[in-house]
Design a protein around this ligand. Structure first.
Ligand SMILES: Cc1ncc(C[n+]2csc(CCOP(=O)(O)OP(=O)(O)O)c2C)c(N)n1
Length: 589
């Protein structure tokens, strides 16, 4: 028997398989906090900021496929959750937020910390947000919020007034009119397209001579089937950023990332293919896909509302990626002419040679591409990688060769700053025996990362493998945006908005009892990675990287080039360094 509604909520969460909650307390959620104190099964991860707790819940869902659960108090705590919850929403991750609220008697009284949470969460939790106005609602609100989060791959929210949390539990409502009787459990359906649609898709793929495949997060778990499909069709496979770990980069036909952060091999493939197959991706930038009408196209996606949205598809297959590709395979005819495939492999090999060459170019003082390139070959097996939104996302996308068994993610759609470190912390809680690496800019580090490092210092001793490496790209610049200003806004660097203070993150790490390393010279890169991956505790690497190394898109449009040149003409404080670095990189294109 549960004593209070809060005790009952925890019991119900456990019945649903929730074993960990990321959050931060406050008196609006005290009933649940007290219940957590009486419970010794649910792990509570105290993030230093509710935004980080929500990022952790989003990452929990991304890394494990389970529902991520976060908790915050009424008013300010609930408000702090929002950015992390939007990250989950936009990347379609199942996350449940449980937030406190003032007591029922106070609501509507302009009471302290009274915020209209129902309205506040209406958008982020658009699939399901409800306020628990009576103890008898607890069961079905939790059941429905967890079921809908999974079925709709969405954020859901339960708002619990603090007096309801502390009221006596009602485990089963009376058998009477006006009551709701819900149950536990969600079984994902097996989603397969109709035979006629599979046949139509196979016809297109068989007729194509130059098939290009694009995979995204929805293709994770379908590696075997997609590899077989690519072999049969002699196709190349490009990866959207969230699908970075869907296929390993050592497969010779995997052309790597696509888009602004993409590779030339992927870019070339999309411009030259005559048939496109998109699997589990909602990659937004259509300018990196074939031109309208250039190709015949097939899309596979779980969600029927999300197909034919980025390219006008000839056939839409609504289904799970692995099962749908499996169903397609017997209908596909092996392509005997392998010339397309050979060219793709050649372009891909050239790309990786180019990465090595560019990584080895000198910079002032350290070339960021080198930092990632040196990390790549040293990454422990099954490492879990995250990057922040900033230049680190570019280098992760381009210079890291993902191996089989690794995981990698970031804030794909919201592209918010600050998830890099919380994602890695969540990885350590979900897989304490695997190494995790977070690549984070100094701007993001100073925005929220410094508080997340305190969370690391609080918990790392609980992890079986204590290796968590936080690599800070210390360029003293909000670098990604600086490059966007130059390339797209026709503006030189604006020093007063872009400067980031020089704070020694290695020294800060040491202050927290973590390992701190600095990379100020190229020769220090390799040894620093070796030390970090052999360390007996989490390590912060403060890498002084050159902000003038351009993260140029795979093909530069005339507009971008004009904008870029005009930015330099208008007096960019970094002109000399940029010209030097850009020439080095553009000449090899
Ligand atoms: C919360 C938030 N604020 C602002 C931005 C816009 N933005 C995107 S990348 C970036 C620069 C990040 O700088 P830093 O963390 O130092 O990384 P760098 O690009 O320098 O490697 C900014 C300001 C954003 N995406 N999210």
């Amino acid at each position: 028997m549960s004593d209070t509604v809060a005790d009952f909520i925890l019991t119900r969460l456990k019945q649903w398989g929730i074993t960990r909650i990321y959050g931060f307390p406050g008196d609006g959620i005290s009933g649940l906090v007290a219940a957590l104190g009486r419970d010794d099964e649910i792990e509570f991860v105290q993030a230093r900021h509710e935004e980080s707790a929500a990022f952790m819940a989003a990452a929990h869902a991304k890394w494990t496929g389970e529902v991520g659960c976060c908790l915050a108090t009424s008013g300010p705590g609930a408000i702090h959750l929002l950015n992390g919850l939007y990250d989950a929403k936009l990347d379609h991750q199942p996350v449940l937020a449980i937030v406190g609220q003032q007591g029922r008697n106070a609501l509507g009284g302009n009471y302290q910390q009274e915020v209209d949470l129902q309205s506040l969460f209406k958008d982020v939790a658009s699939e399901y947000v409800h306020t628990m106005m009576a103890p008898g609602q607890a069961r079905h609100l939790i059941d429905r919020a967890l079921r809908i989060a999974q079925a709709r791959r969405s954020v859901t929210c339960v708002i619990a007034p603090n007096d309801v949390q502390e009221a006596a539990a009602v485990e089963a409502p009376p058998h009477a009119h006006g009551t709701v009787h819900s149950g536990v459990g969600y079984q994902a359906p097996r989603l397969l397209p109709a035979d006629k649609d599979l046949a139509a898709a196979a016809d297109i793929l068989n007729a194509g001579e130059k098939v290009g495949v694009l995979v995204g997060a929805g293709a994770i778990g379908a590696e075997t089937q997609i590899t077989q499909l690519a072999e049969t069709l002699g196709a190349g496979v490009a990866k959207a950023l969230l699908g970075k770990a869907a296929l390993p980069d050592d497969l010779p036909f995997v052309t790597g990332s696509i888009g602004l952060l993409g590779t030339q091999a992927s870019d070339w493939m999309m411009r030259e293919c005559d048939t496109l197959l998109m699997i589990g991706s909602r990659f937004p930038y259509s300018e990196f896909l074939p031109k309208e009408g250039q190709v015949k196209a097939v899309q596979i996606d779980l969600d029927p509302t999300m197909v034919s949205m980025r390219y006008l598809m000839d056939v839409n297959l609504v289904g799970d990626a692995a099962d749908t590709v499996e169903a397609l395979l017997p209908r596909l005819k092996p392509k005997t002419d392998r010339s397309w495939r050979e060219t793709i492999e050649k372009k891909t090999a050239e790309w990786w040679e180019g990465v090595e060459q560019r990584a080895k170019e000198s910079a002032d003082p350290v070339n960021p591409e080198r930092l990632f390139w040196e990390a790549s070959s040293r990454l422990p097996d099954k490492a879990i990688l995250s990057a922040d939104s900033g230049s680190s996302a570019n280098w992760l996308a381009r210079a890291i060769k993902i191996r089989r068994g690794m995981k990698a993610s970031l804030s794909g759609t919201l592209a918010t700053m600050c998830p890099g470190l919380p994602y890695a912390v969540a990885a350590k809680f979900c897989y304490p025996d695997r190494a995790a690496v977070a690549f984070v800019g100094d701007g993001a580090m100073q925005m929220l990362g410094i508080t997340d490092l305190i969370t690391v210092s609080k918990y790392w001793r609980n992890w079986a493998d204590p290796r968590l490496v936080i690599c800070v790209l210390a360029n003293q610049d909000l670098n990604q945006v600086t490059w966007e200003l130059r390339a797209m806004a026709d503006s030189p660097r604006v020093d007063k908005t872009q400067d980031v203070p020089d704070i020694d993150m290695a020294a800060y790490a040491e202050l927290l009892g973590l390992k701190g390393l600095r990379i100020d010279r190229t020769e220090e890169i390799g040894p620093a990675w070796e030390v970090a991956f052999a360390a007996d505790r989490p390590t912060v690497i403060h890498a002084t990287v050159d902000p003038d190394v351009p993260t140029l898109p795979p093909h530069i449009t005339m507009d971008q080039a004009k904008s870029f040149m005009s930015a330099l003409v208008h007096g960019d404080s970094e002109t000399a360094g940029i010209v030097k670095q850009t020439i080095k990189r553009v000449t090899d294109r």
